[in-house]
Design a protein around this ligand. Structure first.
Ligand code: NGO
Length: 477
């Protein structure tokens, strides 16, 4: 029985083992060698072996791209582990990358303690959803580039392909905008509880995007509007934003401020900010927020969402917004992100807009595991243990919504109470492992009892990766 997370589409045990040694090599056709070299690094680390790239195929792990295997799609792969050789094939590089992650998980957690070997097996593996995401709120607390890269590595190991960065909020503005320098200089200086602020220069942001892309993860940047904008309003008084508070904000209330819907400068601001953001972001999506605009009159909110979409759509990017945006008219290709108000998510679906599923009762990873979790929040009045994050179906969670409109799943980590990578680890893991499987594995291929067993085997893997995970009593570690 394998212990892979996420569980593959199909897996068959075969007889024998592929034993790795200092003689084991990698092989790939000439045109694939640069990619193979890049993919090799993590496999070398997992095996604790040099795994040089060579011509020979016996005793080797061989990578190949095939054009005529339509079952594989953009992200699927086939893996055949036999005593003499390992064959990994995919239709696209992403599939090879995921096959490598599977190989890493088939190796022992610590290859130094045992001679590394992989039990022979045959896999065909294709993800259920194209959207398998996590979100990090870097606005309530700032997380430096190194911390984001570390999260990207953790996500890659579990076959995630989207990292949504919540870049702005009341407590901080985290991205340099050259046409509005005060946003980052002033708006970036604060954080929740008066903790240290910070922001990414455009070069640093581009570095995160590049690092993620090398791991087949798309960065989805969010600039939250028209509420959740206190940092911008405080940094740029010329915006004439409207707020209950003046100056920088370090509390945790929501919905107390709004961009000024009736001032033209607001729309120049949006054009400038999203223009720079689009130029820095090779991925196809920009997130415009839209949540909890409690200080924006309803009609103004609707006008704002309509106009903001027009402006942002000019960048050529596809728009994502929280479910509240469905109170107004969504562009046909705007994607709504469901988090709390099912009626609004249904409204988006009724007009044919696609949905990302982030239900706060299942995958808000800032919600506590139980009453004694030292970090996190409990406003949902329902704790999220590992089983809660695992035992649900994104395609069935919103009754009456056509399953074809469900793009996938995304687990947000809001950071009002979370300030360090170690604290983030504790809230993400092991629930992020559960979300990985929700996004990747077909519903009929998933079962909690089997997942518990496999997750227990990941304890030593999470430790080897240096992840400070929550030892949930639900898991037989
Ligand atoms: C809500 C709110 C966020 C909070 C989060 C805390 C959304 C989309 N808006 O989710 O500002 O940080 O809850 O769980």
């Amino acid at each position: 029985m394998h212990t892979l997370i996420p569980a593959p589409l199909s897996f068959r045990s075969e007889s024998g083992q592929f034993r790795l040694s200092a003689e084991t090599s990698l092989c790939a056709p000439d045109d694939l060698r640069p990619l193979a070299e890049r993919l090799a690094a993590s496999l070398r680390a997992a095996a604790g072996l040099p795994l040089p790239l060579r011509e020979k195929t016996t005793g080797a792990i061989c990578l190949a791209l095939t054009e005529d295997d339509s079952a594989l799609g953009d992200e699927g792969y086939r893996l055949e582990v036999r005593p003499e050789t390992v064959k990994l094939t995919a239709a696209r590089p992403a599939g090879l990358f995921y096959g490598i992650q599977t190989l890493r998980q088939l190796l022992p957690p610590d290859p130094r303690s045992v001679p590394p070997a992989i039990d022979a097996c045959t896999l065909l593996d294709v993800p259920r959803f194209p959207w398998r995401g996590a979100m990090l709120d870097v606005a309530r607390h700032f997380f430096p580039v190194e911390a984001v890269k570390r999260l990207i590595d953790q996500m890659a190991f579990y076959k995630f392909n989207i990292l949504h960065l919540h870049l702005t909020d009341d407590q901080g503005w985290r991205l340099e905008i050259k046409s509005w320098p005060k946003l980052a200089e002033v708006g970036g200086s604060s954080a929740t509880r008066g903790d240290p602020g910070g922001y990414y220069t455009q070069e640093e942001y581009a570095e995160i995007v590049r690092y993620a892309a090398e791991r087949f993860i798309t960065i989805v940047p969010e600039i939250d509007m028209p509420s959740h904008t206190q940092a911008a309003i405080a940094a740029c008084p010329e915006l004439k934003g409207i707020s209950k508070y003046s100056g920088l904000y370090t509390g945790t209330e929501v919905g107390f401020c709004t961009l000024n819907i009736h001032e033209e400068i607001t729309y120049r601001f949006i054009e400038d900010v999203f223009g720079e953001l689009a130029a820095l972001t090779p991925g196809p999506y920009l997130h415009i927020g839209g949540d909890e605009a409690h200080s924006t009159p309803e009609a103004d909110y609707q006008n704002f969402i309509a106009r903001a979409q027009q402006i942002v759509r000019q960048t050529g990017k596809q728009i994502i917004a929280w479910e509240e945006a469905a109170k107004g008219q969504l562009l046909p290709d705007t994607i709504a992100q469901y988090w709390w108000q099912a009626d609004l998510a249904r409204r988006a679906a009724a007009s044919g807009n696609r949905l990302i599923m982030s239900p706060a009762t299942q995958v808000y990873l800032d919600i506590k595991y139980n009453a004694s979790t030292p970090l996190g929040q409990d406003w949902t009045q329902k704790y999220i243990e590992v089983q809660d994050a695992y035992d649900w179906d994104p395609a069935a969670a919103l009754e009456g919504v056509d399953a074809a409109l469900i793009l996938g799943v995304e687990a947000p980590l809001w950071t009002e109470t979370i300030a360090t990578p170690q604290e983030a680890d504790f809230m993400y893991f092991p629930r992020l492992c559960a979300v990985a499987e929700v996004g990747w594995t077909p519903q009929e291929g998933r079962a909690w009892e089997d997942f518990r067993r496999r997750l227990a085997a990941h304890g030593p893997r999470l430790e080897a990766l240096g992840i400070n995970y929550y030892r949930s009593p639900q898991i037989p570690w």
